[in-house]
Each structure stands twice: as structure tokens, then as C-alpha cells.
Design a protein around this ligand. Structure first.
Ligand code: ADP
Ligand code: MG
Length: 626
């Protein structure tokens, strides 16, 4: 069957995205030019790369360039490149479908932040569709570099769908004809187009001609010496390479000769676009060999948790003809990645020390990435741990502290760093696990993010101090000589309990609770509470076990806990007496079950609620004697 005009429907996700693009009000529609030029530049980079291999190429002698022209009468802005072009299959694949599910939903969420959609659309492989902010009809006329490939015209109004038809007599590359909407005619003004290109696309490494005149300065800024680059140039390059409108938060421009020859210009942005958790950022670093792009958004260079870093890396040592498939196995790439990871973490560490307010801004946006790193990057664990910030029992609400600050203010002989996990600061402040720490004046990190538990158990130690959860069974705190203790002593002498009776009671209690509790012990840590559950598991806190349970990870179902009782507490003393006198065994049993339930609840674990309420009612009833 001969090739003829065919109609296609957009994929549902794309329809949603187009709907958002067409019906939103944008603060910055200029960026569609940046997106189209960056696509042209990508296509040219790909062609330059292919031309270094033996692959045959159509129209091999065409110069690699971008040409922009304005058709005032027809109302068109035309952007043309001599890059790789697209086959018919590629047209359908690239300009009608989308791999990420959930992207449309993500953009919907983002719409709630006024004016941001336009900026962000390019971050998620949707840059092309931004053209429909300003256009009611777009033509893509293209021919692939592949020998034998035909030319095609793709056309769409951005609403119903698109058509593809064969087209004779066109050269390699892509020509995009943007018919601008009635109220967007200013995009037919040459001066305006020129200034937009200079703002966003000045660093494109191919010549850009506007109405026949070259308007960009082609330069690889990362190869220049830092002293010669102005702040403005750095920021401009960031906006270009990261496709961002804002300024970066931090910058790292580094060169080295040995053991690896490289130049890198990397940036850390202000915004984290993964905030809604709906989609995952692509890596943002592009890999060059002597100014030639080997791969954009290279996946196997930096560890995954650094996917928010933007910029370029250039190394002459890279084999130019390296196939993209073997990139990930390439030893040099691994070395470069390791080197840069260290550099990035160093930059962050320095900023944390020298620029705490800015670092806090970074932390607010990217803390989950650093935590992800702390649980996955064993090699850089100590550096990543240094970057962590948490609230603690010694910070005000909302204030954060770090391991280093913790160690600096802790007694020198304290060998542990303590933490406690829970749902909120309030819950943690009132936790019975905190009693002994408060009494001994020892700082405890308050962790309220579900991932924090994994972070702590992954790091395990920092500067030779073990990280220990405050609910751990083996904690022995130094007694702080102070008023708190004196009071305790007084109480003790008031109503001493017999050693033997206490032992008897504990024996009875552990037998009675044997289905729920591994062991009953005398607590060294409790001050105000009668009993507490402690966790004999060094690997996992109770909080973490609970989270895993809720996530259906029954493999990790909470092991049995140890119940610690506080013999200084009046209730326990009364219970010991009840046991000794052998009277009212029903009440004693109920009290034992109730303090156990209370301890379970304080630890955040499940109890049989209806049984508990029945029991409480009975206890309350027995209190009132008519
Ligand atoms: P991204 O550039 O992030 O992949 P876009 O929506 O901007 O997302 O473009 C989608 C795809 O369409 C590109 O990946 C590319 O394959 C193809 N494409 C767009 N413009 C061109 C062009 N000028 N030449 C060749 N291919 C293009
Ligand atoms: Mg693009």
C-alpha cells in the first residue's frame, strides 16, 4: 500500500498534557523557543556523534546548524536543523506517546503552583509540547539521516490528534513550522526572538542563524578558567543546561589532569521537582568528550541519588566511539563518577559549614535524596552522614542539628549517638523512652520521617560512635547527679520493696505474659512510667518494624519485646504487694495486662482494643466503692 496521509490519535496521557498546556495561563511562554532549539541541538549532537562512526549518513555534507526564520505574512516562526531527523516510526514514538505514566497527573499538581508548568515541562521529556502554548497549528517536516528513509510531514493543532503524510524532496533534518496564535503575534518579531535566544540558548554548540545572521557565541564554558568567567555567565549557562528559570543554589567548577583528565561544571538547583512524589527526575549531567556530546542525561555516571545535579562533564580520555550501551561498563566512566561524587559531597559539606542558611535551603528541598544516598552508597556513607540534619531533644521545634554538632556537645566519654523515631516531635518529646535521657541530660535525635530509621541502621556508626535507638534494650545511661535522682532515693526509702517479693512478682508476670513478651526485666531507665517495652533487636527499631508491617512486609513482623518495669513506681510497688498478699488476683491480672497494653501503645504497637476497653471499664468500676 502506498504511503498516504494518515490520522493518528494522541495517547491519553499526551491528551491530558496538551489540555493543560493549551488551557493554562503561563507567566513565561518564551521557553517554547528554548525547547525547540534544544531539540534541534540534541538532534545535531546526535548526528555529530554518529558521523564519528562508520554508519552511513544521508546528506553527509550538510553543515550542522540551526536556522530560524520568520514568515510574517503567513504568521509562522520556522525553526530548522540539519540533525538526525525522524523516521515515521520515530515521529509516532516521539511526538505522540510518552513513556512515563503519571506525568500528566504530576503536571496537574504542578499547575497549582502558578506559572511553573511551562518551566518544568522540559524537565520531563515533554518540551516539544510547550509549542502549543503559543501555536494553534504546528508542522514538523523531517527526514531521518538513515539511508533509505523517506521524508514526512507531521501536523497537529495540539487538540484532536495529528496526521502524518509523506513528503518528497526534503533534505536531512527537521523543520518545524509554528503558526502562532492570534494573541501571540509578538513571536514574529525578530528582535524579540533574538533576545530570547540570547537569554536561553546562547550556549548551543552549533551556529544559530536568525534571518541569515549568526546570533550565538559558540563556546564550551566548562573548558575555560573559572577566573575568567563572570557570575552572569555561570548563571546563564545554568539556565541553558538545566533549562531552569531560577538561579542555582550551589556551583562546582572543577578540572583535573591525573588520574583522570576532566573538566566538570556542575550545579545544584533550588527546586526539587520530585516533591509530589509522582514522577522521577532524569539525571541532569551531560557527558562530553572534547566538546562533543557523548550522551545527554547520562545514567551511569553519578549515583542515582544525585540525579538532581545538573551540568556537564568533559573528558578527553573517553573513547569517542564508545557505544552508549557499554557506557555503564566503562571503567573510566566509573572513575569519573566516583571522583565527581566525592567532589559534589565535598561541595555540600563546605556549604554546610560556611553557608548554613543556604545549606538549610538545600536541605529543605533535597534531604530525601541525601537520605537515599545514606542508605545506598556505602562508600560515601560517612560524608553523607555528615550532611544529615535532624531535630533533637536539644533543638527548638523546627531547628536542626547534625551529627558533628551532637558529638561536639556530648560528654567526651559518650560512645553512642542516640535517636528515637516516631510520628511527630510531640509524640517523641512525651515518649517514656525519653525519661532516662532527659534525666541524664543526654541529647536524642528526633526522627519523624519514615525513611530515617533505614538511614540510621544503614549508617550504623559515625566517627566511631554507634548509632543507637533509644528504645533499644541494652541501653545503660550514666546517672547524672542531680535533683531528679535525690527525689527517687527518698521515694525508695519511703516504701521499700522486698527483693525477693519483686523477683517473685517478675516471675509471675513473665509467665502470665509469655505469649506477648519475651522477658520481663527491672528497668534502669524509667523515671515516671511504670513500665515500658524495649526492643532486643539491634537492627530494627519498633517504629521501623511497624512501618514494614503496615506495608505488608510480614517477613519483618515485630519480634517479641522485653517489658521493663519500674520498681520505683507506686503502681508497680502496689502490684508487688498485691501479689505477695495473694489477694484480689483478678485485679492484679487486669493491672498486669493493662500496663502491658499501655507499654505496647506507647511503643506504637497494636493491641486488642475491645478487650482493653472492657478491662478498663471493669477497673474503673472497681474503683468506686458504694
Ligand atoms: P526531550 O527533548 O526531553 O526528549 P521533547 O518533547 O522535547 O522531549 O522531544 C521529544 C522527542 O522528539 C525527542 O526526544 C526527539 O527524539 C524528538 N525530536 C524533537 N525535536 C526533534 C528534532 N528537531 N530533530 C529530531 N528529533 C526531534
Ligand atoms: Mg526536548
Amino acid at each position: 500500500m502506498p504511503d498516504a496521509l494518515k490520522k493518528y490519535e494522541y495517547q491519553t496521557e499526551i491528551k491530558k498534557i496538551l489540555d493543560i498546556v493549551i488551557h493554562s495561563i503561563y507567566s513565561n511562554t518564551d521557553i517554547f523557543i528554548r525547547e525547540l532549539i534544544s531539540n534541534a541541538s540534541d538532534a545535531l549532537e546526535k548526528l555529530r556523534y554518529i558521523s564519528l562512526t562508520d554508519e552511513p549518513i544521508v546528506d553527509k555534507d550538510l553543515p550542522l546548524e540551526i536556522r530560524i526564520s520568520i514568515e510574517k505574512e503567513a504568521g509562522n516562526l520556522v525553526i530548522e536543523d540539519t540533525g538526525v531527523g525522524m523516521t515515521k516510526e520515530e515521529l509516532i514514538e516521539n511526538l505522540g506517546t510518552i513513556a512515563h505514566s503519571g506525568t500528566a497527573e504530576f503536571l496537574k499538581q504542578l499547575q497549582k503552583q502558578p506559572g511553573k508548568t511551562a518551566e518544568v515541562i522540559g524537565q520531563f521529556g515533554l518540551g516539544f509540547y510547550s509549542v502549543f502554548m503559543v501555536s494553534d497549528h504546528v508542522k514538523v517536516i523531517t527526514r531521518s539521516y538513515k539511508p533509505g528513509a523517506k521524508g514526512y510531514i507531521w501536523e497537529s493543532d495540539g487538540a484532536s490528534g495529528y496526521t502524518i503524510a509523506p513528503e518528497e524532496g526534503i533534505k536531512r533534518g527537521t523543520r518545524i513550522v509554528v503558526h502562532v496564535k492570534e494573541d501571540k503575534k509578538d513571536y514574529l518579531d525578530e528582535e524579540k526572538i533574538k533576545s530570547i535566544i540570547q537569554e536561553y540558548s546562547n550556549f548551543v554548540s552549533f551556529p544559530i542563524y536568525l534571518s541569515g545572521k549568526k546570533i550565538n557565541t559558540i563556546q564550551a564554558i566548562w573548558l575555560r578558567r573559572p577566573q575568567e568567567i563572570s557570575e552572569e555567565e555561570y548563571t546563564e549557562f545554568y539556565k541553558f543546561i538545566a533549562r531552569m528559570d531560577s538561579e542555582p543554589l550551589f556551583r562546582l567548577h572543577t578540572s583535573s589532569d591525573a588520574p583522570i583528565q576532566l573538566h566538570a561544571l556542575l550545579y545544584i538547583p533550588k527546586e526539587n521537582y520530585e516533591i509530589f512524589g509522582l514522577t522521577r527526575m532524569e539525571p541532569g549531567v551531560h557527558l562530553y568528550c572534547n566538546k562533543i556530546l557523548i550522551e545527554s542525561r547520562v545514567k551511569d555516571l553519578l549515583p542515582d541519588y544525585l540525579r538532581f545535579v545538573k551540568g556537564v562533564v568533559d573528558s578527553e580520555d573517553l573513547p569517542l566511539n564508545i557505544s552508549r550501551e557499554t557506557l555503564q561498563d566503562n571503567l573510566l566512566i566509573k572513575k569519573i563518577g566516583k571522583h565527581l561524587t566525592k567532589k559534589i559531597l565535598e561541595t555540600l559539606k563546605t556549604q554546610k559549614k560556611e553557608n548554613p542558611e543556604k545549606y538549610r535551603e538545600f536541605w529543605n528541598a533535597f534531604s530525601t535524596f541525601i537520605k537515599e544516598g545514606a542508605t545506598t552508597d556505602f562508600e560515601n556513607r560517612e560524608d553523607l552522614a555528615e550532611l544529615l540534619l535532624f531535630e533533637s531533644s536539644k533543638t527548638k521545634p523546627g531547628e536542626l542539628t547534625s551529627f558533628d554538632e551532637y558529638i561536639a556537645q556530648a560528654p567526651e566519654d559518650q560512645k553512642e549517638i542516640y535517636y528515637l523515631t516516631g510520628m511527630s516531635r510531640e509524640e517523641l518529646e512525651n515518649s517514656p523512652y525519653m525519661e532516662s535521657f532527659k534525666a541524664a541530660d543526654i541529647e536524642v535525635f528526633y526522627l519523624t520521617n519514615p525513611i530515617d530509621d533505614f538511614v540510621m541502621t544503614s549508617i550504623r556508626e559515625y566517627k566511631e560512635k554507634n548509632l543507637v535507638s533509644a528504645d533499644n534494650a541494652n541501653i545503660k545511661l550514666p546517672k547524672k547527679p542531680g535533683e531528679g535522682e535525690k527525689k527517687e532515693v527518698e521515694k525508695e526509702t519511703e516504701s521499700p520493696i522486698d527483693e525477693k517479693e519483686l523477683k517473685n512478682f517478675i516471675k509471675w508476670l513473665s509467665k502470665h505474659l509469655k505469649d506477648r513478651i519475651e522477658d520481663v526485666k527491672i528497668s534502669e531507665r524509667l523515671v515516671d512510667s511504670p513500665a515500658i517495652l524495649v526492643n532486643p533487636d539491634d537492627m530494627m527499631t519498633v517504629h521501623m518494624q511497624k512501618i514494614l508491617e503496615q506495608a505488608g512486609q510480614t517477613l519483618y513482623t515485630s519480634g517479641k519485646k522485653i517489658l521493663e518495669i519500674n520498681p520505683k513506681h507506686e503502681l508497680i510497688q502496689k502490684m508487688v504487694r498485691l501479689k505477695k498478699e495473694g489477694k484480689n488476683e483478678d485485679l492484679l491480672t487486669m493491672l498486669a495486662d493493662q500496663i502491658t497494653d499501655n507499654a505496647f501503645i506507647m511503643a506504637g504497637l497494636e493491641t486488642d482494643k475491645s478487650a482493653m476497653i472492657r478491662r478498663i471499664n471493669t477497673i474503673m468500676n472497681s474503683v468506686i466503692k458504694e
